[in-house]
Design a protein around this ligand. Structure first.
Ligand code: WQD
Length: 335
């Protein structure tokens, strides 16, 4: 049975991926320093699958602890989620992002080289495209100068991995996520934003729950049909399954290059107002919102061309925006 290390495995996307890995028969080890997650997620994962993953509370910035871990575990592949991911925070504290997102990646890759661990899946983001010139966005779209240190760490991370693949035995796939939303159908795991949510969906669900007074819509003067910005919102369970498909591609050795990139989205764009209306309809409630100024750094529109992932990974998003928004609301009601 293949043993897969999932760094950040107690986080939003990480925990959903651990569930799918266990469902697919992998033995999972989680490393998570609980910086942006909670210990009880481990019990929730265990309740869903009936299998308790091994767990280590290690800060990947601690090179000695990382070294000791790899010296005492046989690992067949790594899915690397552990990173800081708040765009605004990265602008205020870039060095935290370069240390936490880049230095830790280098330590992991060094251990993979030492221990000849061949398979690596990297959590990347459509942020690397900035505002793409053409929509939908393909993997050939140019990577644009990053608008934030967070986005830059994803670009630099991909380059570091690609160069490592050329220099060593490593095989890697970077998955460029669009906008992950929703929660597992069991409502035992979901998004746990700490503090005031930066992302649209948790802000919407907290407004609907009365935790936030009203949603601010960041601009309705974009060149889009209803003036609000468009994104590709993908159910987190569909996103998790894409990681299993990518891992299997590497384990079977059917990757066509030692470093590959795939866009992981639904291929469908939805505007902020469309998301609000869909959320209201599917959950039969009214959402209070107001239109305010655009948020600095936001792009007008992004949605994926998923042809490559469909064809090469044999993966396609199956859940609808309605299902994702309904699961997000059910998860919020449980908090
Ligand atoms: C979506 C849309 C906002 C909040 C970011 C990162 C990306 C990834 C996902 C980590 C935008 C609008 C939002 C609000 C609003 N993160 N909005 N009111 O900015 O597309 O992507 O999160 O990997 O890398 O860049 O996601 O959810 O913040 O915003 O109107 O209170 O909702 O302007 O149009 P974004 P988001």
């Amino acid at each position: 049975m293949n043993t897969i290390l999932v760094t950040g495995g107690l986080g939003f996307i990480g925990s959903h991926t651990v569930v799918e890995l266990q469902n697919a028969g992998y033995h999972v080890i989680i490393i998570d320093n609980l910086y942006n997650s909670k210990m009880e997620v481990l019990d929730q994962i265990t309740e869903i699958t009936g299998i308790k993953p091994s767990y280590f509370n290690i800060d990947l910035r601690n090179k000695e602890e990382v070294h000791a871990f790899f010296n005492s575990h046989q690992i067949d592949g790594i899915i690397h989620f552990a990173a800081s991911k708040a765009v605004g925070e990265s602008v205020k504290n870039p060095l935290l992002y370069y240390e936490n997102n880049i230095a830790t990646l280098v330590y992991i890759l060094q251990e993979m080289k030492t221990h000849q661990i061949p398979n690596f899946i990297f959590s990347s983001s459509c942020t690397v495209y900035g505002q793409a010139d053409e929509l939908p966005i393909t993997e050939n779209a140019p990577v644009k100068p990053a608008e934030s240190p967070y986005g830059n760490t994803k670009q630099i991370g991909e380059e570091i991995i690609e160069q490592s693949c050329h220099a060593t035995h490593l095989k890697a796939i970077a998955l460029r996520y669009f906008n992950p939303i929703g929660a597992h159908e069991s409502v035992k795991i979901g998004e746990l934003p700490l503090g005031v949510p930066q992302n649209l969906i948790p802000y919407i669900t907290q407004t609907a729950a009365g935790i936030r007074k009203e949603l601010s819509v960041f601009g309705d003067d974009y060149p889009t049909p209803d003036g609000t910005a468009i994104r590709d919102y993908i159910h987190v369970v569909d996103l998790a399954k894409a990681h299993i498909a990518a891992l299997e591609r590497l384990i079977k050795g059917i990757n066509k290059k030692e470093f590959e990139v795939f866009n992981i989205g639904t291929g469908k764009g939805s505007s902020v107002l469309e998301v609000i209306k869909t959320f209201e309809k599917i959950n039969q409630l009214h959402l209070s919102y107001k239109i305010v100024e655009r948020r600095k750094g936001d792009i007008t529109a992004a949605y994926a061309d998923t042809t490559l992932a469909n064809k090469e990974l044999g993966w396609k998003a199956e859940k609808t925006l309605e299902e994702a928004l309904h699961s997000a609301w059910r998860w919020q009601q449980k908090q």
